[in-house]
Design a protein around this ligand. Sequence first.
Ligand code: PLP
Length: 372
Amino acid sequence: MKITLIDLKREYLLIKEEIDRAINEVIENVSFAGGEILDSFESNFAELCGVKYGIGVSSGSAALDLSLIALGIGKEDEVITTPNTFIATSEAITHTGASIVFADCDKETYNITPDEIEKRITKKTKAIIPVHLFGHPCDMDAIMEIAKKCNLKVIEDCAQAHGALYKGNPVGSFGDCGCFSFYPSKNLGAYGHAGIVVTNNENLATKMRLLSNHGRFTRYDYEVEGYNYRMDTIQAAILGVKLRYLADWNKKRRNHALRYDDLLKQTAVITPITRDYVTPVYHLYVIRIKQRDKLREFLKSNGISTGVHYPMPLHLQPAYKYLGHTRGDFPIAEELTDTVLSIPMFPLLRNEEIDYVVEKIREFYKTSTSSF
Ligand SMILES: *Cc1c(COP(=O)(O)O)cnc(C)c1O
């Protein structure tokens, strides 16, 4: 058997007719920028997040950049985030001229912890960027309480958590705004690059809309200098179709996770831990094992592809050498880096494929002496 980490082709084939029709409609109308298709996707997605406004943008990275700029983050400011994330999260901080302050994460949920955030707050702290990593929401009540107490902005990085719930409410509805990526492999993926920022704050929405489109509301009247961060209409058309499948596909991911959880219980691997107050969306199914690289090789030789998210925490990356961190500064993030393994997870994964993956993991243990 050959099993990939994700399988976008299987998804496309299932909804091919609808997708092809949506793409063709955009081409036939030669309406490639803006328009009703984009407007309607923006409002449908905002509705899914339980908020009033959605501003479609060119990527999740653009969503983060735009949020921080529109919230007035800049030079002399500090922004707290996790070292256990994709670099777009921290890049957005640097892009504004502000300084990155990392805070360690939780060993069980892999998410930034409120306690560690609190320890890093200084007079210069302006904002927190919690990342709902792998589709498991952060502890938003505790984070919002800290933000309120210290007058901090909260920008939720929801790039891996479309449709995830924290105490029954969607991610993206807690902070000042929520940033989503529609990179092809995300839970809601475009056929290229796209993203969205959602918010309940009308002023902020207006500002982000303005900045995303060269600082203008009409064709050649520029209020301020902005950016070309707009979403392509063709991506909005594709996303509009796929949005209708999101809830069902997230549910399928949760069912796959349950099957993995159950079958892997009898092995020594550590399976993902889900807090009882969240509904996660398993962007990835991440297990932990000491002999990670050996298991990875073994699975590969049996036709199973896996991933490592992430092989090096941000604070130890060459890009952040200037921050002066060393190994030991964020021990949890570092330990995760050495032990995490993402095994195949996508909505149309088949039960027999899950069973095969687990069978091979069991086989690995028979031939190795690892204790977890
Ligand atoms: C994918 C991702 C981003 C960036 O999104 P792009 O659309 O690729 O720019 C940001 N943060 C996290 C946590 C991500 O996983």
